[in-house]
Design a binder for this molecule. Sequence first.
Ligand code: 5GP
Ligand code: MN
Length: 331
Amino acid sequence: MKEWRNLPYEQMLKAATAFIQKHDRFLIVSHVNPDGDAISSTLAVAYMLKQLGKTYIAVNEDDIPERFRYLWGYEDWLRTEQLPPDAVYDAVISVDCADYARIGTLKDRLSPATPHLNIDHHSTNNGFGSEVLIREEAAATAEILDDLADFLGVTWSKDLADCIYTGLLTDTGGFRYSNTSPAVLRKASRLVERGVQASELAQCLLEQITSAHVQLLQRALSRLAFEFDGKLAWIYVTLQDIAETKASNEDLEGLVNYPKNIEGVETGMLLKEVSEGVYKASLRSHAIVDVAKVAQQFGGGGHKRAAGCTIEGTLQEAAEQLVKEVGLVLK
Ligand code: 5GP
Ligand code: MN
């Protein structure tokens, strides 16, 4: 594990540049159930490698959700189970993964001897890999890649700009969350100058919702619960809800914002049943609770204001444990 916290950002950018220049055939991977930043970061790295004359395989535990299928290179995306056993690569680049387990079942197929560059922006990143490029001040992994593109001397195009902008837009919740720094807005502005159609992407990624999402929202809100004088609000969805509404993972995106955004609420929580007796928690906070720390108590991680973890037990047991942990701060 690399101790990345005291490494200067420029030094890491240079090391990452050297890593990419040194190798020729890459495997690019991001986390399971990939979000906008994970997908666009994977494809942005693919784009840069291609332009530098390298080869790549972009692989992920899961498919690219439909709404991201305008991004450059999405057709080449492979699911881990589609990766040929004799796939050839000399180096791995992971993007947006705070720990090794986040890459899913691919971790059982990688050799620890293969050089691995870990590019990420999670404060809980444990420094896995042989080379790291980690910046917790970055709003998105895509923001780091915007800097890396300039270090690599990549020629910008609308395709690359769309990838980077998508990561910035989704991880900042449409330039609204507390990670929306002056640097992010400057980068976004430059990306729009490079051809990004900002209103089109906002419509497709933020405004438009699926019918399954609305049905899940209806069910989840009917069970809305509060703790600690309304400072914690939480909802849940069951396997039955997901089956009956025919929802996919992307239909759950953003549900956690409903409890979080209620007036007076400090921390919002969503529990999603992922298999019998297993719950995936999404945690969001405004200013007080460091939800990354809460999630870490259960083997998860993330950011101070947005984090997640997986808990085994009944719904009641999972909720009680999380409520108790958040209560240590809120009570
Ligand atoms: P979400 O609640 O949207 O799934 O995730 C919120 C944030 O927490 C994201 O940055 C995500 O990468 C991170 N996160 C979610 N689940 C886990 C987990 O199980 N482990 C770690 N390390 N991070 C997670
Ligand atoms: Mn991210």
